[in-house]
Write a protein that binds this ligand. Structure first.
Ligand code: ATP
Length: 354
C-alpha cells in the first residue's frame, strides 16, 4: 500500500515530522506494508520548480492508495504563485473528494470551552461557494466592472445526495442522529434543493433521526447544547466555518483531524490552515494531523476490509488520547509548554504495540 506525503506550507513540515514516525512505528510493528513516498507541493514546489502541484506529484497521487498532506497557506505566496493551481483545489477536484469528514470532541484532560461534545461535521467539499473549484471551466467568481464583484454558489441534487448519504451512513455507525444545516429561508433555491435532497435521502435511513437548523441558529445551538449533536451535514463554506467553531470549542483547532474522501481516493489533512503566525517555532499542535492519519487508516481499513488498518488507527487514537490526558504534554494552544516535536515523541512512546 502506497501513501503519498506532501508537507506543504506553514506549520506543515513540523506537524508532518511529528506524525510520520508514529505511522512508521505502527507500520513496522503491525506489518501494515505501507510505503511512504514524499512529494513536493505548495510554496516549496513553486520555489523549486515553478509549480504548486508538480506533474511528478500528480502522477504519484494517481498511483497512491492514500495521501497525507499538510496545510496550504496562500497568504505567503507571491502573486504569480497565487494564480497557480491551489493544491487543495487540485486534490479535491482531481480526485472528486466530495466528503470532508471533520470530527470534534472533548477529551479528558483537555481544557475545552464546552462540557461535552462528540460530533462529526460532514461537509460537502466540491461545490457551494468555493469559486476556484465549483465550476467545470472558469471561476464562480468574477468582476463585470471594476466596482462590482460577483460570486456564484453552486448546489446540485447529485452533490447533495452523495454528501447526505455519506452523513447518514456515518450516523448509522454512531448515535444515529443527523442535523442538516442550511440557510434555505434566504437561499431558497440553492439551499432549498440541498434541504429537500437531504430529506429524501433520509427516508432511506429510517433508523436515523433527522433535524434541521438554519446556519446562524446552528452556531448558537452548538455553543448552548453541543452534547446533542452527532452528525452535521452541510454545504461547503458553512461546513468550513462550523468546523473551526466546533474544534475550538472542543479545545483547539490543533486537535481537529479530517479526511477528504471520494469514491477512489482518500486524503488525510488537518482541518486547520498553515498557521503562519506560529510556523517554524515548534509551537504547533500535531494532534490534528495525527488524528487525520488515523482516520485515513480507518477509512482504508473499512474499504479494504483490513482489520490491521483499523487496529492501527485504534492504537493511534488511544496513544493521542493518553498523551492529551496529561497537561504536561500540552502544546501552547492548550495552555502548555510542550513542543510539536515533544508531543510527537510522547505519542510514539504511548503506542501500545504488545
Ligand atoms: P491559512 O491561511 O493557512 O488558513 P490562517 O491563520 O488563516 O491560515 P489557521 O492556520 O487555521 O488559519 O489558523 C487559525 C489560528 O489557529 C491561528 O492563530 C493558528 O496559529 C491556530 N492554529 C492552527 N493550527 C494550529 C495547530 N496545529 N496548533 C496550534 N495552533 C494552531
Amino acid at each position: 500500500m502506497k501513501f503519498v506525503v506532501m508537507e506543504n506550507d506553514g506549520i506543515g513540515p513540523e506537524i508532518m515530522a511529528a506524525t510520520l514516525p508514529v505511522l512508521r512505528r505502527l507500520n513496522d510493528a503491525l506489518g501494515l506494508g505501507i510505503e511512504l513516498q514524499h512529494c513536493l507541493g505548495g510554496l516549496k514546489a513553486w520555489e523549486q520548480i515553478g509549480e504548486t502541484v508538480p506533474q511528478a506529484t500528480r502522477d504519484a497521487c494517481d498511483a497512491a492508495d492514500g495521501v497525507i498532506v499538510g496545510p496550504v497557506g496562500t497568504y505567503e505566496y507571491p502573486d504569480e504563485a497565487r494564480q497557480a493551481t491551489n493544491p487543495n483545489r487540485f486534490m479535491r477536484t482531481h480526485f472528486d473528494l466530495f466528503a470532508n469528514v471533520r470530527p470534534a470532541k472533548t477529551r479528558p484532560g483537555v481544557p475545552a470551552r464546552v462540557d461535552h461534545m462528540d460530533l462529526v461535521i460532514v461537509r460537502e467539499n466540491t461545490e457551494g461557494f468555493y469559486a476556484d473549484r465549483n465550476m467545470f471551466q472558469g471561476s464562480g467568481e468574477f468582476m463585470p466592472t471594476e466596482d462590482v464583484a460577483l460570486s456564484v454558489r453552486k448546489i446540485t441534487r447529485q452533490g447533495s445526495e452523495r454528501i447526505a448519504r455519506h452523513a447518514f451512513q456515518t450516523a448509522q455507525e454512531r448515535r444515529k442522529k443527523v442535523c442538516m444545516v442550511h440557510k434555505a429561508n434566504v437561499l431558497k433555491m440553492t439551499d432549498g434543493l440541498f434541504r429537500d435532497t437531504v430529506a429524501v435521502v433520509g427516508r432511506e435511513f429510517p433508523g436515523v433521526e433527522l433535524e434541521e437548523l438554519i446556519v446562524d441558529a446552528a452556531t448558537a445551538h452548538l455553543v448552548r447544547r453541543p452534547e446533542d449533536f452527532d452528525v452535521i451535514v452541510t454545504t461547503n463554506a458553512f461546513g468550513d466555518i462550523l468546523s473551526d467553531l466546533c474544534s475550538e470549542l472542543s479545545g483547539s483547532l490543533g486537535l481537529a483531524g479530517s479526511i477528504n474522501a471520494g469514491a477512489g481516493q482518500v486524503m488525510a489533512q488537518a482541518q486547520h490552515g498553515s498557521a503562519p503566525d506560529i510556523a517554524g517555532q515548534g509551537k504547533s499542535n500535531p494532534t490534528a494531523l495525527l488524528l487525520s492519519t488515523g482516520m485515513l487508516l480507518e477509512e482504508l481499513g473499512r474499504r479494504t476490509s483490513r482489520n490491521d488498518l483499523a487496529q492501527a488507527a485504534g492504537k493511534l487514537y488511544a496513544a493521542v488520547d493518553g498523551v492529551l490526558a496529561d497537561p504536561v504534554n500540552h502544546t501552547p494552544d492548550l495552555g502548555g509548554g510542550n513542543t510539536t516535536d515533544g508531543f510527537g515523541r510522547a505519542v510514539l512512546g504511548a503506542l501500545d504495540l504488545d
